[in-house]
Ligand binder design. Structure first.
Ligand SMILES: Nc1nc2c(ncn2[C@@H]2O[C@H](COP(=O)(O)OP(=O)(O)O)[C@@H](O)[C@H]2O)c(=O)[nH]1
Ligand SMILES: [Mg+2]
Length: 441
């Protein structure tokens, strides 16, 4: 249900970062901007202004960029402003306090998805487009990203569900007409059944094709193994660029196993750091080593790190422990202090990230394990779920002999499509009944 009022929310995470962004939407935006910046934004539609924001006691909370979008030319269709604070969670909390202290009636924290919800209510986006925004942010594959962008930028018309939706409207119209005009010899029960079967066959085909493409492996899993102190964690941190924190979701901080995703040249990887192998392992390390061995079955490629202290037998043990066959590269670490006389790849911690990517040949490794990285798809994950639900009707409808019950089930399917798209009204159906079947001639 629509809740009125002016709403605000951060649109970046509340963590230390270069900026923390806030969006405010609703009737009171200009009023709020006036109060916190002492400036009038009414003539500044879509211009970036750098202004001071004042706290209650007149001290400066921050000096930062603010953009105002005048209704209806904004994301939600309402008056909107976006504020780019310096990225301190402390400043962010002061900012939220400031908004609360304004005591503007109805001003409140937005609920999840409320900005998008308002954009749909105000016809700035269709329901499908709003969902596509979500798909763009959360999608895991480049093909999914491509499809969701198309959906957002070009509209519902590109959805793979559109032809099916047309078919449902046609079918339902025809069934409705056949019930109302049974005498007409144009309407044939078997013909209708045939069309229904054809409809479900199209659903099945579309679902199958997209499932296969979406579920295709698109991530390459790599693992760093080697003895304690050889430089695994140093390399891990370098690859994920931990210091610059371009990566998020570092999973687990225990000493046993760390993994992280990263993307280079449009190639997705998941990298695993492991606890080292040494003769006298502590309990936790032993556990970690075991755990890494277990995960190793899902690993595509291993980097076996060695240095001058590594013996040939140590390498054999590693290969055996991690079930490594041919899928590995030997990497000699600390080349700044050790002089190696081999053809192996040599690295050291002074190399920058790009150089490391190059030396490890990550792009060609990805190519080796991940085929067809960029398949075309015409359904997103949500639409796939939707289609799977529609197919649950198949069994009941196909075996049904009573046209009235068939009509009701088709009506349900039509309603589901309406819900999925956010529209299809009775007019659509009647239009077709009348125009296509020449009733009332
Ligand atoms: N000189 C030098 N030292 C390194 C290099 N890489 C790592 N180290 C050092 O070797 C030690 C062990 O590194 P670490 O990454 O923790 O090894 P891990 O036990 O395999 O994870 C640390 O003191 C690192 O600073 C390198 O390229 N050159
Ligand atoms: Mg380590």
């Amino acid at each position: 249900m629509f809740n009125p009022g002016t709403i605000y929310s951060n649109f970046t995470p509340l963590v230390k970062a270069p900026v923390i962004g806030y969006r405010i939407s609703g009737d009171d935006v200009l009023n709020i901007l006036k109060k916190i910046t002492k400036k009038n934004f009414s003539k500044d539609h879509s211009l970036i202004r750098i202004v001071k924001i004042y706290q209650k006691d007149e001290s400066i909370l921050d000096e930062c960029s603010v953009v105002y979008f005048k209704s209806p030319k904004s994301f939600t269709g309402e008056d909107v402003c976006e504020i780019f604070l310096h990225g301190s969670p402390l400043i962010a909390s002061q900012f939220e306090q400031l908004l609360k202290d304004l005591k503007v009636p109805g001003l409140r924290l937005a609920k999840n998805g409320e900005f998008s919800y308002r954009s749909v209510l105000n016809s700035k986006n269709s329901l499908k487009q709003a969902k596509a925004i979500n798909g763009i942010i959360s999608n895991e594959s480049f093909s999914g990203l491509k499809y969701n962008k198309k959906l957002l930028f070009e509209g519902d018309i590109v959805s793979g569900l559109v032809p099916l939706r047309e078919e449902v409207i046609n079918l339902f119209s025809e069934i409705t007409a056949s019930i109302d005009f049974v005498d007409d010899e144009d309407f044939n029960f078997n013909q209708i059944k045939k069309k229904i079967r054809k409809f479900f066959a199209s659903c099945n085909n579309l679902l199958h094709k997209n499932r296969t493409n979406i579920e295709q492996k698109n991530i390459c899993r790599i693992m760093l193994v080697g003895q304690v102190n050889v430089g695994k964690s140093t390399l891990f941190n370098k690859i994920i660029d931990k210091d610059r924190a371009i990566v998020t979701n570092i999973k687990g901080t225990t000493r046993d196993i760390l993994s992280n995703e990263f993307i280079i040249n449009s190639n997705r990887f998941e990298i695993f750091d492991t606890a080292g192998q040494r003769s006298k392992q502590g309990k936790i390390e032993k556990y970690g080593y075991k755990k890494a061995q277990k995960i190793s079955r899902e690993i595509d490629h291993f980097f076996v790190l060695i240095d001058q202290n590594t013996k040939k037998s140590d390498i054999s043990t590693l290969l055996k422990d991690f079930l490594i066959y041919k899928n590995y590269s030997l990497i000699e670490t600390k080349s700044d202090i050790y002089k190696y006389r081999t053809d192996n790849i040599k690295i050291n911690y002074s190399l920058d990230r790009d150089k490391i990517y190059q030396k490890l040949k990550l792009s060609s490794i990805h190519r080796k394990y991940v085929k067809n990285n960029d398949k075309m798809i015409d359904l997103n994950l949500e639409e796939i779920d939707f289609l799977a639900r529609i197919l649950e009707y198949e069994h009941d409808i196909v075996k049904e002999k009573d046209i009235l019950i068939i009509a009701q089930l088709m009506r349900n399917i039509l309603d589901d499509f309406s819900f999925e798209f956010g529209y299809i009204n009775n007019e659509d159906v009647y239009d077709r009944v009348f125009s296509k079947f020449c009733i009332g001639k």
